[in-house]
Design a protein around this ligand. Structure first.
Ligand SMILES: [Zn+2]
Length: 219
């Protein structure tokens, strides 16, 4: 699996699926607490890492992958990929992937473009699927845990990909409360790759994915 994490056995049955995704990390203090909270709840998530933040956090990222979370990239310096030349794109994305490969081993390390902005060139250069999102509580804005939890619970549907940031204490608090609330509603927390696999969606290079709802039933 992308990110080199361990395979996770899932008994999904009729469960509703949701993918929590975290951008902009790692940040040792907050990412650490999030990983512990997710482990306690047996919830999987996906982390899109900023390359310049990786050094010194290798142990944390190894643990992340070993716990079954998916690891992806969010460029090296958190840049708008549509403004890059081909060469700079390869530096921003390729360099971050190479760093991860150094200690996680070979992996696909899917890309989440900062700000979710892509164009035709980026789609051609991506060398992997592009992961966007369907639920955005704007957790970076006011860092108000109650509001973030409410914003997600109000909008979330089966197959959604939720965008959050693991560099804020408020987002970690909110994420763990979201896991508790949605688990009690029958949701199972999976990585983006697992979500696509369980929904029969074949990941394709240069294609943007925002959610994986169940196909509409013909009536
Ligand atoms: Zn970001």
């Amino acid at each position: 699996m992308a990110g080199g994490g361990a395979q996770v056995e899932l008994d999904t049955g009729p469960a509703k699926l949701v993918a929590l995704t975290f951008d902009d990390g790692p940040r040792r203090s907050t990412t650490r607490r999030l990983l512990d909270g997710l482990e306690l709840r047996e919830a999987n998530a996906t982390f899109f890492l900023v390359g310049e933040r990786i050094e010194g956090c290798e142990d944390l990222i190894e643990e992340m992958a070993e716990a079954g979370h998916q690891v992806g990239v969010h460029t090296f310096n958190h840049v708008l990929v549509t403004e890059l030349s081909r060469e700079d794109f390869d530096l921003q994305v390729g360099k971050t992937r190479a760093l991860l490969t150094d200690f996680l081993g070979e992996g696909e390390f899917w890309l989440r473009p900062p700000y979710g902005i892509v164009d035709d060139s980026v789609e051609r250069w991506a060398d992997g699927p592009l992961v966007l999102w369907s639920v955005d509580p704007e957790d970076w804005k006011d860092r108000d845990t109650d509001r973030i939890v409410a914003a997600v619970l109000e909008h979330v549907q089966d197959g959604d990909i939720i965008l959050m940031h693991d560099i804020y204490e408020s987002s970690v608090d909110a994420a763990l409360r979201i896991v508790d609330a949605l688990t009690s509603q029958g949701y199972v927390f999976v990585t983006v790759e697992q979500l696509m696999d369980l929904r029969g969606v074949e990941p394709e290079c240069g294609v943007c994915y925002r959610a994986c709802p169940l196909p509409e039933e013909e009536s």
